[in-house]
Design a protein around this ligand. Sequence first.
Ligand code: 5GP
Ligand code: ZN
Length: 113
Amino acid sequence: MSDCIFCKIANGEIPVNVVYEDDQILSFHDADPQAPVHVLIIPKKHIPTMDDVTEEDGALLAHLMLKVQDIAKELGLNNGYRLVNNCGEDGFQTVKHLHFHLLGRRRMNWPPG
Ligand code: 5GP
Ligand code: ZN
Protein backbone atom coordinates (compact mmCIF):
# COMPACT_ATOMS: atom_id res chain seq x y z
CA MET A 1 0.00 0.00 0.00
CA SER A 2 1.94 3.00 -1.29
CA ASP A 3 -0.07 5.59 0.67
CA CYS A 4 0.01 3.76 4.00
CA ILE A 5 2.17 5.45 6.64
CA PHE A 6 2.90 2.19 8.50
CA CYS A 7 3.91 0.45 5.26
CA LYS A 8 6.32 3.35 4.72
CA ILE A 9 7.64 2.88 8.26
CA ALA A 10 7.90 -0.91 7.71
CA ASN A 11 9.98 -0.47 4.57
CA GLY A 12 12.23 2.21 6.06
CA GLU A 13 10.90 5.20 4.10
CA ILE A 14 9.88 7.00 7.31
CA PRO A 15 12.38 6.78 10.19
CA VAL A 16 11.16 5.64 13.61
CA ASN A 17 12.71 4.70 16.93
CA VAL A 18 12.83 0.91 16.51
CA VAL A 19 12.42 -1.38 19.52
CA TYR A 20 12.32 -4.74 17.72
CA GLU A 21 12.40 -5.87 14.10
CA ASP A 22 12.46 -9.13 12.21
CA ASP A 23 11.32 -10.25 8.78
CA GLN A 24 7.64 -10.31 9.78
CA ILE A 25 7.04 -7.59 12.37
CA LEU A 26 8.29 -4.22 13.57
CA SER A 27 7.97 -2.48 16.93
CA PHE A 28 8.69 1.22 17.38
CA HIS A 29 7.97 4.06 19.79
CA ASP A 30 4.67 5.88 19.22
CA ALA A 31 5.10 9.50 18.08
CA ASP A 32 2.45 10.67 20.57
CA PRO A 33 2.98 8.55 23.68
CA GLN A 34 0.02 8.04 26.01
CA ALA A 35 2.10 6.45 28.77
CA PRO A 36 5.76 6.57 29.89
CA VAL A 37 6.27 3.56 27.60
CA HIS A 38 4.13 3.46 24.45
CA VAL A 39 5.25 1.39 21.51
CA LEU A 40 3.43 0.04 18.49
CA ILE A 41 3.82 -3.50 17.17
CA ILE A 42 2.87 -4.01 13.53
CA PRO A 43 2.99 -6.81 10.98
CA LYS A 44 5.07 -5.70 7.99
CA LYS A 45 2.31 -7.08 5.78
CA HIS A 46 -0.41 -4.53 5.06
CA ILE A 47 -3.53 -5.76 6.86
CA PRO A 48 -5.95 -2.83 7.35
CA THR A 49 -7.78 -3.87 10.54
CA MET A 50 -8.50 -6.84 12.82
CA ASP A 51 -11.60 -7.41 10.69
CA ASP A 52 -9.34 -8.12 7.70
CA VAL A 53 -7.26 -10.85 9.34
CA THR A 54 -7.67 -14.23 7.61
CA GLU A 55 -6.67 -17.81 8.37
CA GLU A 56 -3.55 -17.34 6.27
CA ASP A 57 -2.40 -14.61 8.68
CA GLY A 58 -2.63 -16.99 11.63
CA ALA A 59 1.08 -17.79 11.89
CA LEU A 60 2.00 -14.11 11.46
CA LEU A 61 -0.39 -13.01 14.23
CA ALA A 62 0.78 -15.81 16.50
CA HIS A 63 4.37 -14.75 15.90
CA LEU A 64 3.52 -11.12 16.74
CA MET A 65 1.64 -12.07 19.91
CA LEU A 66 4.45 -14.34 21.10
CA LYS A 67 6.94 -11.45 20.73
CA VAL A 68 4.90 -9.16 23.01
CA GLN A 69 6.38 -10.59 26.20
CA ASP A 70 9.93 -10.26 24.85
CA ILE A 71 9.36 -6.63 23.84
CA ALA A 72 7.73 -5.88 27.21
CA LYS A 73 10.72 -7.40 29.04
CA GLU A 74 13.14 -5.45 26.85
CA LEU A 75 11.31 -2.24 27.81
CA GLY A 76 11.38 -3.14 31.51
CA LEU A 77 7.63 -3.58 31.87
CA ASN A 78 8.03 -5.96 34.79
CA ASN A 79 4.85 -4.88 36.57
CA GLY A 80 2.43 -5.49 33.69
CA TYR A 81 1.24 -3.50 30.73
CA ARG A 82 -1.69 -2.94 28.45
CA LEU A 83 -1.94 -4.32 24.89
CA VAL A 84 -4.54 -2.53 22.78
CA ASN A 85 -5.94 -2.84 19.29
CA ASN A 86 -8.23 -0.09 18.05
CA CYS A 87 -10.48 -1.42 15.28
CA GLY A 88 -12.53 0.68 12.90
CA GLU A 89 -14.54 3.81 13.60
CA ASP A 90 -15.93 2.93 17.03
CA GLY A 91 -12.52 1.62 18.08
CA PHE A 92 -11.04 5.00 17.06
CA GLN A 93 -8.50 3.46 14.69
CA THR A 94 -6.70 6.34 12.95
CA VAL A 95 -4.07 4.39 10.97
CA LYS A 96 -5.58 1.69 8.76
CA HIS A 97 -2.67 -0.75 9.04
CA LEU A 98 -3.08 -3.34 11.78
CA HIS A 99 -1.15 -2.43 14.93
CA PHE A 100 -1.10 -3.14 18.64
CA HIS A 101 -0.32 -0.52 21.25
CA LEU A 102 1.87 -1.70 24.13
CA LEU A 103 1.58 0.75 27.00
CA GLY A 104 3.22 0.67 30.39
CA ARG A 105 5.00 2.12 33.40
CA ARG A 106 1.87 3.68 34.75
CA ARG A 107 -1.32 2.25 36.24
CA MET A 108 -4.00 2.07 33.53
CA ASN A 109 -7.65 2.94 33.97
CA TRP A 110 -10.60 0.63 33.40
CA PRO A 111 -12.95 0.98 31.63
CA PRO A 112 -10.97 2.80 28.93
CA GLY A 113 -12.29 6.09 27.65
P1 5GP B 1 -4.61 4.23 16.23
O1 5GP B 1 -5.30 5.49 16.68
O2 5GP B 1 -4.79 3.99 14.77
O3 5GP B 1 -4.91 3.03 17.08
O4 5GP B 1 -3.07 4.49 16.51
C1 5GP B 1 -2.20 5.07 15.59
C2 5GP B 1 -0.97 5.47 16.38
O5 5GP B 1 0.06 5.72 15.46
C3 5GP B 1 -1.16 6.74 17.22
O6 5GP B 1 -0.90 6.45 18.58
C4 5GP B 1 -0.15 7.71 16.62
O7 5GP B 1 0.45 8.52 17.59
C5 5GP B 1 0.84 6.78 15.94
N1 5GP B 1 1.49 7.35 14.76
C6 5GP B 1 0.87 7.88 13.69
N2 5GP B 1 1.78 8.28 12.78
C7 5GP B 1 3.00 7.97 13.30
C8 5GP B 1 4.34 8.13 12.82
O8 5GP B 1 4.60 8.64 11.72
N3 5GP B 1 5.35 7.70 13.63
C9 5GP B 1 5.10 7.12 14.83
N4 5GP B 1 6.16 6.72 15.57
N5 5GP B 1 3.85 6.95 15.33
C10 5GP B 1 2.82 7.36 14.56
ZN1 ZN C 1 0.15 -0.53 5.44
